[in-house]
Design a binder for this molecule. Structure first.
Ligand code: GLN
Length: 193
């Protein structure tokens, strides 16, 4: 199994480290042609405004839409989730590719100082709470009928979801030692989930 991590900007090295820890071949993707031959793609957290500029410059948007339409597994974390949305609040110049039926609010929890960590209940991963690390995080404001909600905060805010083979989280699983979400994504890739 070979997984690509979009390496234009942001926390790509941390995702690659988790994948390698799990014994999976992981490669940095800097050009659309490097998407060839992959079994899955991770779009990391970072700054979605910068992603928009770089994805335009390197013509990634079309390639990612094509993959999504072909039911290709994609995992977007934080800014990666923003990039995959089909609608944005606070878009700030960000142009999402619209691969998933979710409306996302950027910087939904406030500024950098309002970053937080919370134990999340994610039934699909088992009983143990998942350490949710939220850094200037977005949240899902609304989701289409074909979207499965995987995690909510106590106030009902949706922070993880799945649509077919596309998985998204508001938070940063790659910044914790808990590999269950990456393993869940790998199960999507291998068809076990
Ligand atoms: N606030 C960032 C954005 O809007 C996302 C932050 C993150 O990825 N940790 O792109």
């Amino acid at each position: 199994m070979k997984i690509g991590v979009l390496a234009l900007q942001g926390a790509f090295a941390e995702h690659i480290a988790v994948l390698r820890k799990l014994g999976v071949e992981a490669v940095e993707v800097r050009l659309p042609e490097q998407l060839e031959g992959l079994d899955g793609l991770i779009i990391p957290g970072g700054e979605s405004t910068t992603f928009t500029i770089l994805m335009k410059a390197y013509q990634f948007a079309d390639a990612i839409i094509r993959l999504a339409k072909n039911n290709f597994p994609i995992f977007g974390t934080c800014a990666g989730m923003i990039v995959l949305a089909n609608g944005l609040i606070n878009n700030g110049g960000v142009e999402p590719v619209g691969a998933m039926s979710i409306k996302v609010k950027r910087n939904a929890f406030g500024r950098q100082v309002d970053s937080f960590e919370v134990g999340l209940s994610i039934p699909a991963l088992g009983k143990k709470p998942f350490p949710g690390v939220f850094i200037r995080a977005p949240r899902i404001e609304s989701a289409g009928r074909n979207v499965e909600v995987l995690a909510k905060l106590d106030d009902g805010t949706i922070v993880a979801a799945r649509q077919g083979k596309i998985l998204v989280t508001s938070f940063h699983p790659e910044l914790t030692d808990d590999t269950r979400l990456h393993r869940y994504f790998l199960d999507i890739v291998s068809g076990k989930q």
